[in-house]
Design a protein around this ligand. Sequence first.
Ligand code: ADP
Ligand code: MG
Length: 237
Amino acid sequence: MTEVLTVEDLTARVDEELIVHRVNFLVSKEETLYIVGPNGAGKSTLLKAVVGYPGIIVEGRVIFMGEDVTGSPIDERARKGLILSHQFIPRIDGVTVGELIEMVARVSGSGVSTEEVAELLEIRHLLGREFGKGLSGGEMKRVEVAVTLAAGPKLALIDEPDSGVDVESALVIAEGIREMIRRSPVGSVVVVTHTGFISKYVPPTRVCIMMSGVLGPCSGPELLDKVLAEGFRIEVA
Ligand code: ADP
Ligand code: MG
């Protein structure tokens, strides 16, 4: 079996508004799928629906590693290895970055050491800080990628790893994403971005455009070059 994730006819809402319209896509083994699109296209809502945020999916199916997980809660999907790396990390009062990483590694049984991910994401000096409180854009993203690595993802869905980060942080974050790919038994990852900046360091194998809640067209890495040169509203042959 080469399919890692199959999303079928997925329609999703935020509150009462339909945001994602009948989206279909497939992630295969050893694939780095980029989903690119402008702000407000529904990218984050799509990822949340796929990992099982409650009350978002209206219709459609999510199949992960051959199993229909559409009805299963977010923590169960996470235990199976389907993990969202958030665009905006929540603030968790009273919990430090180090404690959160340790807790996530323990609960997921990933065996990942806090030391190791802190070293890789260059966040040693942040381990004692409260999670989500007063961290800069680049620090938050590095912490979020560290937490995602600690969860031992088979497939991580990484939401805007390159927004609001400087080039130094982007390089470190890219190293974190490449490490996720190396450690994943299926070697796949999904990256969502509206800038495409990170693609210099984590090259896509396939690219899909998302606009106004609709996914597609999808094509090879050259599609991203075209988008970066001409914008999202391009003609695709
Ligand atoms: P993207 O990640 O592509 O920028 P989002 O999925 O975050 O897009 O948002 C898609 C649309 O849903 C936007 O129009 C946004 O305003 C709306 N939206 C997202 N979250 C909420 C929310 N909590 N309440 C109301 N509307 C929301
Ligand atoms: Mg978003």
